[in-house]
Every structure is written in C-alpha cells, then in structure tokens.
Design a protein around this ligand. Structure first.
Ligand SMILES: [Mn+2]
Length: 479
C-alpha cells in the first residue's frame, strides 16, 4: 500500500545530529522535568518521553501547560524538556546554570537555527524541523519529534503514539494522509503490527457512532442530511445499507467495501451539488482520507480509531484532565479509562447544550462581508474552537466563522477561534498565517492551521480585530 521510505532520505543530517546530542543530554541527566503542551499532540509527546525515561530508569516529573504559563516558569531540574511548545516562546530567558534545556517542538521558532547561545547558561538544544526545511505543520508534529528521540534509544514500540499525535495535530488534514517523517513513523508502527492504515470514508465516529448519527454530523458545509438523523436513515435505506445488525446499530467500520462505495458515490453527488463548479474537483478530498486503526485496542471503543482517540484525549485536556489522558496513553486501561468515558460524556453534553442555543437563535451569528462571528461569554475558552466548528454547519460555509469568549474570569484577554471549510484552504488561503498578522496588529498573538486557528487579543480590541480581518480578506475569498 505504501511506498517504503528510508529515514536517512528524509531526515536532514543536521537534525539527526541534533537528535543524537539530545540523546546524550538525556543519558547524562538524572533529574528531569518535562513541560508539554496541554493538547493531544502535547500529551502524546509527554507519554512518549515519559515512557522512554521509564525504560531508561530516569527520574522525571511531567506537567501539561498552556502557552501563556511558560514565561512564569522557574527551571530547577538538571534537565528541562519542552515538548510541543517552547519554540514559539523565549524559554532561553528562563535558563539558569542549574538547568539544561531541550526543546522538541514543531511550531515556528522565535529563534534562528544559528541562535547565539552565549547568553544562555547551561546547555540549550532546540530540535525544530522548520530549521532544516521540514514542514512542522504537515511533515512532523511534537509527538513525532519525541518519538524520533525515543527511537534513538531503540523504543520503536512507541511509534503508534507518533501516529496518534499526528492525527491529533491535524497534520494529515490538508491532503488526507501522512507524508514525510509522519509517513515514516506510520510505516514503523504498521510494520510492528500496531497500526492499520487504510483509505476510508472520512466520516467521524468510525468505531463508536451509529452510522446514521455519524452521517448527520458529516460535511464541511450543510447538506440535506446535516443535523438531520431522519434524512440520514432514509438515505441509507435508499442505498440498501442496513442501519442495524440484529439489535446493534452498525458503525462505519461495519460496512462492506461495496456499501462504502455506494455511500461514497452518493456523498460525492450530494456535495458536488452544493459548491461552485471550480470546487467540485476538491470534493473527493472531503469524503475520503487515510484512516488509522490501533490493532491492540478493542474494536468498537474510542481507542481503536485514531481520530476518535484523539478527540477523547482532547475532551480530557479541555476539561483540565490531561493527566487522565496521559495515564491512558501510558497503558492504563482501568480507572483512567472510566474517567475518560465520563469526561467525554460530560463534554458531549456540554457541547450539545451550547449548540442548542444556536439552533434556537441563528441571529446570534453576525455577518460581515468576508466573515461571520459570534460572541458568547458563557462558553468556556477551552472549547470555543470546537463549538465554532459545530456552529459552522448552521452558518455560511463560504466564509470563515469566528468565535469570541474571555480566557478567564478576570476578563483581561479575549480568545478568538476561527474555523472554516477545508474547501477554502484548497484554493490556497491559510487562516493561521492571516490571524497571526491581524492579531499582532491589535496587540495580540495568534496562529495555527489553515482551517483551524486562533488568537488572544486585548478585550477592547474585538471590533478593530474584526474590521482589519474583514478588510484583509477582501479579494482573498473568491468562492
Ligand atoms: Mn503540536
């Protein structure tokens, strides 16, 4: 299925040398602290590093943090590792002669490759793929980098975590599959029999959601089936696809190849009707993609499918329980799993309740010429992006949607999340880069992916931010 890749053909030599230095630094340290990002990629990164250090019998502590906490850290361990964060921050300012610093991050760095380390006390090692022409948004994520380090110690069995991290970080979103170093890591986990990779319909909920429900959430823009389970049941009946098998509702993973083919053709027809002709060529990318199954996990659980697994991890982290996800990633399949189920259930209920308010009142969404937005101070900032994605299905898919909510009760910072249909990005627009520029202009900071990104801005700058963004998008949105 996959063309074989040799690591040495895709891993730049300089990066390999840096990883070897990182290897030495870890080996020579006895007292280690890890700070990792509090999202799926960051928690997976932490799980890789912690498992690696366990195997090496190295004392270590781990903490999952958000980016705004970094400036206030005090480093007092022999070695401090920053994973999935650190590059975008001036952690070099935190250095002290007591602590060496290792950064394993794939985000754009505030430093250059040839950063002058003379002002830094102690060792300072930054492993960042972007320094070496490897794209940190599509070719490797934080978890992947941590895996490459673990691999230098021979721990190939952690490769599945690199796959999960990549999915969680949306590294495969644009093309529907992994390539570069991500593909290499995938290949290793496939060879070990940990992961099965296959092309499939990209309908979320492959293992755990009844198909007719999964289908009702499908689509980058509203379809007759969107948020309409009755229509979904009718559609499946028309296609001759049974909804149930005995007493059980069938999931996408139960469908035969023939049934999937029928559903694919139907979705292709439905979606193509909804978009301007020049976008029709992109439609298959919205319906099909590579999917990843963890073969050591039970079928019909959220752990079996990589995108369901990463959502469950996000449900933990967004409810301040990164530790639960971390324990599961390190192998706990008992109490942590129960906790995750409960968190996921509460998370879904919370989302449903918040979305309900948009069903009742579509006027909550305000429209400008090139964008649409809503402000809801009752939505927790950790989930505002998730809600924005869901609200997009009630809004105009031709424009991005933005959502505003305060970061905390002090009301000193406003969080903005932006989401849009992938179709917009296929024509070359990258909202992560745009929001970075615009937020900077109003004294904030931001960034992210082409179709999912965000920013933090001063609370009194909302209107100015919207105005500048709207202007910036003139001539860019030509859908
Ligand atoms: Mn990441």
């Amino acid at each position: 299925m996959m063309g074989r890749i040799k690591l040495k053909t895709i891993l730049p030599l300089e990066m390999e040398l840096l990883l070897n230095k990182a290897h030495e630094l870890v080996l020579s340290s006895e007292d280690i602290k890890i700070y990792s990002h509090i999202d799926c990629d960051g928690i997976s990164s932490g799980a890789v590093l912690s498992s690696m250090l366990d195997s090496l019998n190295k004392e270590h502590e781990i903490e999952f943090i958000s980016l705004d906490k970094i400036d206030d850290l005090e480093l007092n361990h022999e070695l401090t590792i920053f994973s999935d964060l650190g590059s975008g921050q001036h952690v070099d300012n935190l250095s002290s002669s007591l602590s060496n610093i290792l950064i394993l991050d794939h985000h754009p760095s505030v430093r250059s490759k040839n950063f002058n380390k003379t002002k830094v006390s102690g060792n300072f090692l930054e492993v960042n793929p972007n320094f070496f022409g490897v794209d940190g948004s599509t070719e490797i994520c934080g978890g992947g980098l941590c895996y490459l380090l673990a691999r230098t110690f021979g721990y190939s069995d952690l490769s599945w975590l690199g796959v999960l991290a990549g999915v969680g970080d949306m590294q495969n979103t644009h093309t529907g599959k992994f390539f570069g170093l991500n593909k290499f890591i995938l290949q290793e986990s496939v060879n070990l029999g940990q992961v099965k990779a296959f092309n499939d319909l990209s309908i979320y909920g492959r293992q755990t959601r009844p198909l007719f429900i999964a289908l009702s959430f499908f689509g980058d823009f509203p379809l007759p089936t969107t948020n309409n389970k009755k229509e979904c049941i009718l559609l499946l009946e028309e296609l001759g696809i049974n909804i149930k098998d005995g007493d059980y509702y069938r999931t996408l993973s139960d469908l035969t190849q023939d049934e999937k083919q029928k559903l694919f053709s139907e979705l292709l027809k439905m979606l193509s009707k909804e978009v301007p002709r020049k976008y029709v060529k992109h439609i298959p990318k919205l319906i099909l993609g590579e999917s990843y199954e963890f073969l050591h996990e039970e079928p019909y659980t959220v752990l079996r499918d990589a995108s369901e697994f990463s959502s469950a991890i996000n449900a933990c982290s967004r409810n301040n329980n990164a530790d639960v996800a971390f324990r599961i990633l390190k192998g706990n399949r008992s109490d942590a799993l129960d906790e995750m189920e409960l968190l996921s259930k509460n998370h879904r209920q919370y989302l449903a309740q918040k979305i309900g308010s948009f069903e009742d009142d579509v006027d909550k969404i305000k429209h400008m010429s090139n964008l649409q937005y809503f402000v809801d101070y009752n939505i927790r900032s950790e989930v505002i992006g998730t809600i924005a994605s869901m609200v997009l299905s009630y809004a105009d898919w031709r424009k991005p949607i933005l959502a505003f909510t305060p970061v905390n009760n002090e009301n000193d910072t406003l969080k903005v999340s932006l989401r849009c249909s992938r179709l917009l990005s296929y024509e070359g627009i990258h909202f992560g880069n745009i929001i970075k520029e615009v937020s900077r202009k109003v004294g904030g900071n931001g960034g992210g992916h082409s179709v999912a990104c965000g920013a933090y801005i001063p609370p009194n700058k909302q209107d100015e931010f919207l105005h500048i963004l709207n202007l910036t998008l003139n001539d860019k949105l030509n859908i």
